[in-house]
Structures are given as structure tokens and as C-alpha cells.
Ligand binder design. Structure first.
Ligand code: AP5
Length: 214
């Protein structure tokens, strides 16, 4: 099964994807996480992506497709795959179809998480991410036990540069212009699209998300 999780910045894609991958032992592929890992490791890709990410712009499609293709080579042919934050443009969606088709697979489900802008802004302003292991917390909704310290690995928790208010506003605009067209695209795709209201507690959202994946 190949699942795509769509939705605007801060709606909870990563939070829900980690839960589903834990519950199903599926492969969670977050292009945002892969890019942040590349930056931490100082790879050429990480250096190329840095300026785009910090400005709230999308990283060019060719770089993203190379990253996804490389990552997929290490994934077992029968593994369930959950894409989080990918695809983000119509061009990425079309190229994903081609990549999957080459290995006899296809997109099976597309789930759109949606919430009000007010909810997105509060979640992004409160998010704190571990700079070492990537674990995600929120000072309003699920804070870490230690003051600014990751509960999982003890690393320092940081507010992402792209979670600063001006950059968040730009990311929301980029989402509307470049990613929101994927909603109509997948409604017309064989996989179809299921909407889940994500402006609720994490557990409630997960129940509906899991049912949508089937
Ligand atoms: P990426 O990291 O993918 O950012 P995003 O899509 O903007 O999504 P976020 O990570 O901001 O939010 P999320 O929906 O995962 O929410 P989360 O679960 O963390 O991408 C970053 C950048 O990389 C992009 O801007 C771009 O430059 C580049 N990039 C990545 N993929 C790309 C691609 N395919 N093409 C081109 N460029 C790409 O939750 C947010 C907060 O809310 C957390 O604090 C969480 O604890 C909290 N929370 C979550 N759910 C709930 C809930 N139900 N109730 C209360 N709090 C909640």
C-alpha cells in the first residue's frame, strides 16, 4: 500500500505519520525530515536545500525526486509506504507515478489533513523540534518534560527557523499556490482523496486518519 499524506504546514502530517508508521510498521518517508537530516550531515543536497527551506520556498523538484528515488532503493518491494509532505507540486505527483510504475506499484490512498489557519499558526508558533533526533514537541499541546530538552534523546529543542511568523506566512502562501492544486489532482486520480478534519486532538484525528487509510 502506498499512501500520500497531504496538508498545509503545521496541520499535523508528521505527528500522524509517525503514529501510523509505528502502528503498521510501514515506511514513513518525510521529505522535510530527509532534507533536515541532509542539512545536519552537511551533504551537498543539504547545502543546496538550505536557502530554500529557510526562506519557506519549495526545494526544486529535481532535487526532491533524486532524494525520494535514492531513499526508495532501500525500501523492501512489499513494504507499505507513507509519504509525508511529498508530493508538493503536480510535477512531483506525476513523477512519483512514474517512479512507482517502474517497480509495479501505484498510489493507493491520498489523505488530506485540514484545519483552520488559526490552528496552523498556533501549532507552528508552539512547535519545538529536537536538533539531534528530530522529535517534535509543542509548548502549548505536548511539551517536553525537561526545560528545552528532548525527552527522547536529551538533545536541545529548537524553534525551526522556518517557523518564524514571516516565513510561516510565506509557507502558507506557497502551499496555496503550489501544493493545494494537488487536491483537485488527486480527486481526479484513481486513488481518490479522503479529507480528515485535523483541528482536533491528536488521538481523535488518528482514529479518522487510520480509517481513511483503511
Ligand atoms: P516540512 O518539514 O515537510 O514542512 P511542512 O509540510 O510545512 O510541514 P510541517 O513539518 O511544518 O508540519 P506538519 O504538518 O508535519 O505538522 P507537525 O506534525 O510537525 O518541509 C519543510 C521544508 O522543506 C519546506 O518548506 C520546503 O522548503 C522543503 N520541502 C519538504 N518537502 C518538500 C517537497 N516535497 N518539495 C519541495 N520542498 C520540500 O505538527 C506541528 C505542531 O503541532 C507540532 O508541534 C505538533 O506537536 C503539534 N500538533 C500536531 N498535531 C496536533 C494536534 N492534533 N493537536 C495539537 N497539537 C498538534
Amino acid at each position: 500500500m502506498v499512501v500520500i499524506l497531504l496538508g498545509p504546514p503545521g496541520v499535523g502530517k508528521g505527528t500522524q505519520a509517525v503514529r501510523l508508521a509505528d502502528a503498521t510498521r510501514g515506511e514513513h518517508i518525510s521529505t522535510g525530515d530527509l532534507l533536515r537530516a541532509a542539512r545536519r550531515e552537511g551533504t551537498e543536497l543539504g547545502q543546496k536545500a538550505q536557502g530554500y527551506m529557510d526562506a519557506g520556498e519549495l526545494v526544486p523538484d529535481d532535487l526532491i525526486l533524486d532524494l525520494v528515488r535514492d531513499h526508495l532503493t532501500g525500501v523492501a518491494a512489499e513494504a507499505s509506504i507513507l509519504f509525508d509532505g511529498f508530493p508538493r507540486t503536480i510535477a512531483q505527483a506525476n513523477r512519483l507515478d512514474a517512479v512507482l510504475s517502474d517497480v509495479g506499484r501505484q498510489v493507493d490512498r491520498v489523505v488530506l489533513l485540514q484545519a483552520s489557519n488559526e490552528t496552523l499558526l498556533k501549532r507552528l508558533s508552539g512547535r519545538r523540534s529536537c536538533s539531534e533526533c528530530g522529535a517534535v514537541f509543542n509548548i502549548y499541546f505536548n511539551d517536553s518534560q525537561g526545560d528545552g530538552i528532548c525527552d527522547r534523546c536529551g538533545g536541545p529543542l529548537l524553534h525551526r527557523i522556518d517557523d518564524e511568523p514571516d516565513t510561516v506566512a510565506h509557507r502558507l502562501q506557497v502551499y496555496e499556490e503550489q501544493t493545494a492544486p494537488l487536491v483537485a489532482h488527486y480527486q481526479a486520480h484513481a486513488a481518490g482523496l479522503v479529507r480528515v478534519e485535523a483541528g482536533r486532538g491528536t488521538e481523535e484525528v488518528f482514529v479518522d486518519f487510520r480509517a481513511a487509510v483503511g
